[in-house]
Design a protein around this ligand. Sequence first.
Ligand SMILES: NC(=O)c1ccc[n+]([C@@H]2O[C@H](COP(=O)([O-])OP(=O)(O)OC[C@H]3O[C@@H](n4cnc5c(N)ncnc54)[C@H](OP(=O)(O)O)[C@@H]3O)[C@@H](O)[C@H]2O)c1
Length: 323
Amino acid sequence: MTDSNGLVRRVARMSEAFDRLSKGHRSGEDIALLDEYQRSGQWLKDYEADEAGLIPAGVNRSVLSQDGLYNLLQDLGHETIDAPARMTALVTGASRGIGLAIARELADVGYNLALVARSADALQAAKDELCNAHPGIRVATIAADLAQESSYSKIVDETVREFGGVDLLVNCAGAAQQGSFTDVSPQQWDAIFAVNAKAPFFICKQALPYLEKSPKPIIINIASVVGFKGYIHQSVYASSKHALTGFTKVLAKEVQPLGIRVHLISPGGVATEMVKQMRPDIAPDELLQPEEIAEIVRFLVTKKGRGTIDQFYLRRFNSLAFD
Ligand SMILES: NC(=O)c1ccc[n+]([C@@H]2O[C@H](COP(=O)([O-])OP(=O)(O)OC[C@H]3O[C@@H](n4cnc5c(N)ncnc54)[C@H](OP(=O)(O)O)[C@@H]3O)[C@@H](O)[C@H]2O)c1
């Protein structure tokens, strides 16, 4: 429940301090108040409350803008203020395909990025590209095999060491396997489940204490259309994506009281390395593009207002509607 009285009182107090300082009435108390407001990220929660229409007219909205606050404090020569704090996104499977497309979109939004995959070279290439295109952001690469349990803490710890926290977690890394269920070995089953179901589960657990501290905490899990359907010869892949889908539904409920938003994206066939192996029957020009999934991620992290979307199912244009 929003403490609407507390919210309105706080914003009014910040607005008055902002107005006094803007008019040249310099006060150490007002500066300290707004400094803390900016650093804590509380302004962002209040900004969202304003978008939802919870703040009455008469408030100076500049106090609900990071640039407004930062510029005012800078103009006053307040030296201890940090540069506007960027959010941090941890993206697994970011070396190619959908994960790389998501990283590009998040870099454009302005997130600092921690990129995870096994291939250190591919991650470095992604980092070079993103830093060239967006000089204002910082990018860390973390080469890790998500089939190893030790990677869960490694990737979260390295992200926090580099950026101080985690605001957005995108579990995108995935592995697939094609063939009759009668040909699947227990080792193959374990290998697919380790990356698609077990790793996202435990990375969420590992990242939770940091997400709890974020002013805008979000988890996005990339499942698949086979997270709710069953395609022939995709038994292990479909089972693992059903597991991820099921976990995401429970996770969303368990972290909802903490203010953490959880989204599930379930794409149909996307033009990446994976689909060549899984769906060679689909003509390339009929596939979704990785950028279409990234576009949904951008929408989810920049969406205003308080309405929440639990899941997206994006199907290929010529697959059967509402099937
Ligand atoms: N393509 C589709 O049609 C489609 C449809 C629905 C859902 N999805 C899902 O979308 C996600 C991305 O798939 P994609 O199509 O972009 O596949 P992709 O091109 O094969 O990329 C997979 C990504 O996951 C990483 N990865 C794989 N195994 C890993 C491991 N053991 N440890 C760490 N990272 C690992 C890969 O990097 P390294 O190889 O360097 O480790 C790569 O960055 C997956 O979860 C997939 O199931 C894909």
